[in-house]
Structure formats: structure tokens, C-alpha cells
Design a protein around this ligand. Sequence first.
Ligand SMILES: *[C@@H]1O[C@H](CO)[C@@H](O)[C@H](O)[C@H]1NC(C)=O
Ligand SMILES: *[C@@H]1O[C@H](CO)[C@@H](O)[C@H](O)[C@H]1NC(C)=O
Ligand SMILES: *[C@@H]1O[C@H](CO)[C@@H](O)[C@H](O)[C@H]1NC(C)=O
Length: 102
Amino acid sequence: SGTVYSGDGTWFNLGLGSCGQDNNDSEFVAAMNAPQMENGANPNSNPMCGKDILITNPANNKTVTVKIVDTCPPCTSGSVDLSPAAFSNISDLDVGRIKIDW
Ligand SMILES: *[C@@H]1O[C@H](CO)[C@@H](O)[C@H](O)[C@H]1NC(C)=O
Ligand SMILES: *[C@@H]1O[C@H](CO)[C@@H](O)[C@H](O)[C@H]1NC(C)=O
Ligand SMILES: *[C@@H]1O[C@H](CO)[C@@H](O)[C@H](O)[C@H]1NC(C)=O
């Protein structure tokens, strides 16, 4: 805590995530970028799985709390891939990619 991370916020359609759970687009969940997810031999037992993070869109100061359920392999450090429900809470899905702080 205390550290603020910044990167890109995007959205994707949910399914079976790297944490081993099935999730859907209506849930407030997200996939953490691979560098910060730091998956070990068994991604299901990653301590990041199930953590809640508070994401802010600095362009409008809207916020959303999401639970980490998956890994985003192409996402760079600081970036988070959100469920459609979560992304919709801080921007419009049509925008597709925004700057985020968390
Ligand atoms: C999505 O998952 C949540 C939590 O398991 C569940 O309550 C909800 O009914 C599901 N929604 C759909 C559309 O499947
Ligand atoms: C967001 O909040 C910060 C901190 O309170 C403030 O400096 C900034 O002007 C706000 N931005 C918008 C778009 O409201
Ligand atoms: C959605 O956004 C509103 C307004 O910023 C916020 O109060 C609410 O907590 C957000 N929902 C979630 C699940 O974080």
C-alpha cells in the first residue's frame, strides 16, 4: 500500500481464468498484467488470486473495485484487463483503452 501503479485499462470477455475459476462479464473482476501477477508453477495458487484492487480513471475520477481472477499475458506492468461490468463503471466500452491508476 502507498504505492500507486499506473498503466492501461482495457476489457475482455471472461471465462476460465488463470486462478482456476469461471467468471462472467457481469462480475467486477479483472486480469492482472503478467509481470505483476508473477505466476509460479501453479497459477491457481497465486496469492494475487482473489485480491481486491481499487482502480481509478484519472480522466473522470470514477472508481471501481475489482477482484483479480486471471492473468493478462500481453499487458505491460501497471496495466489491468477488466471485465465489461468493471470497465463500464469507469468509462464507456466503446473507448476500449484508458489510463488507470490503482
Ligand atoms: C455471473 O456470476 C455471478 C457470480 O457467480 C452470478 O451471480 C451471476 O448470476 C452470473 N451471471 C451470469 C449472467 O451468468
Ligand atoms: C480528480 O481528483 C484529483 C484529486 O482530488 C483532482 O486533482 C483532479 O482535478 C480530479 N480530476 C477530475 C477530472 O475531476
Ligand atoms: C462504481 O462506480 C461508483 C461511482 O464511482 C462507485 O461508487 C462504485 O463503488 C463502483 N462500483 C464498484 C463495484 O466498485
